[in-house]
Write a protein that binds this ligand. Structure first.
Ligand code: GDP
Ligand code: MG
Ligand code: ZN
Length: 308
């Protein structure tokens, strides 16, 4: 099974021009054996070796959503919660680079600022590779590779498939998706979050190429984030989606076997100030209060478990 999945036999090394190389699990580029990150897409290479050594399939969870929806902030806090053993999870970062994203987000929020925008270039994205298990009677470890991708890159790939190869490969190899949708914008009556998420899911649907009566089985958690702007979203996220993101709700029901809506927010209270760089009004997070950050991830993990 492992060899079929990644075209690897017992040895991950491949000889290219007399030099032993290791193929990247995401983009298939050949890299020197001692490299930590892929030279093409910056994905962690350690996982290729671990997959062989530990004889288990890696579970890639991708966080997707439009630019500015809150992916970086959400992922940073999620990783930090896992590192604090929230929900009885145990999470081991594989390589110091895996801790960078979490550190950036926590440092900025401690200084009451939001982290900077994620660059569009894939080689500047921060990837996190963690081995995670929930301490139960028979704990099973899963490898989680979670890249913090730029929303613009996803939008470009969705609009013109195959322009961003890394994204396509990544999504096709993902065992679960966390799709972030801006609940605040949706509650204000903007159709943009609904259209963007419908486009993204229809891209994923087309990529799977399933027949019209076959639904997609990978779990998709739809995270209605910035729910502090519309607290009613916490009461019944699915009902909120049905009312405010109706196109998305319908597409999920028609094409996806396992999906669930969650409300999430990382903000306790916000203030507004004028930026000292360009005079625009910027939100200032006065304090963080995490709500609904772990739940979508827990749900994805539970649905992996169901599969195996
Ligand atoms: N009110 C509120 N604003 C948020 C929250 N999370 C993120 N934001 C805002 O959304 C902006 C973009 O967040 P970011 O994580 O960089 O989005 P990304 O482009 O999807 O990675 C931040 O600068 C904040 O202004 C939240 O939980 N509540
Ligand atoms: Mg980002
Ligand atoms: Zn790569």
């Amino acid at each position: 099974m492992l060899s079929n999945l990644f075209g690897l036999k017992n040895q991950p090394e491949l000889i290219v021009d007399d030099i032993p190389t290791i193929p990247c699990l995401i983009c298939d580029a050949h890299n020197p054996l001692d490299a930590m990150l892929c030279k093409e897409c910056s994905a962690p290479l350690l996982i290729a070796q671990d997959v062989i050594a530990q004889q288990r399939e890696p579970q890639i969870v991708s966080i997707i959503g439009e630019s500015n929806v809150g992916k970086t902030v959400y992922l940073g806090f999620l990783l930090d919660m896992l590192a604090h053993r929230a929900g009885d999870f145990e999470a081991i970062p594989k390589g110091a680079y895996s801790v960078d994203l979490q550190q950036t987000v926590i440092n900025h929020m401690a200084r009451r600022t939001f982290p900077p925008k994620t660059p569009m270039e894939a080689n500047e994205w921060k990837w996190a590779y963690y081995q995670v298990c929930q301490r139960a009677q028979n704990p099973t470890w899963v490898d989680l590779i979670m890249p913090d991708m730029a929303g613009e890159a996803l939008a470009a790939e969705v609009a013109t498939p195959k322009t961003f190869r890394v994204i396509r490969k990544l999504l096709s190899k993902s065992s679960g998706l966390l799709m972030l949708v801006d609940a605040g914008m949706a509650a204000n009556g903007s159709p943009q979050p609904d259209f963007f998420s419908v486009k993204t899911l229809s891209y994923i649907d087309a990529m799977h190429g399933n027949k019209h009566d076959e639904k997609i089985e990978s779990p998709v958690a739809i995270v209605l984030c910035k729910a502090d702007y519309c607290p009613e979203c916490f009461d019944d996220p699915a009902q909120f989606a049905k009312a405010n993101l109706n196109r998305l709700w319908n597409l999920c029901e028609s094409r996806f076997e396992r999906y669930e809506f969650f409300a999430s927010s990382v903000i306790g209270s916000l203030a507004y100030a004028t930026s000292n760089i360009d005079d625009t009004v910027v939100p200032v997070p006065l304090h963080t209060a995490l709500r609904g950050v772990l739940e979508p991830f827990q749900w994805i993990i539970d649905h992996f478990a169901e599969e195996s």
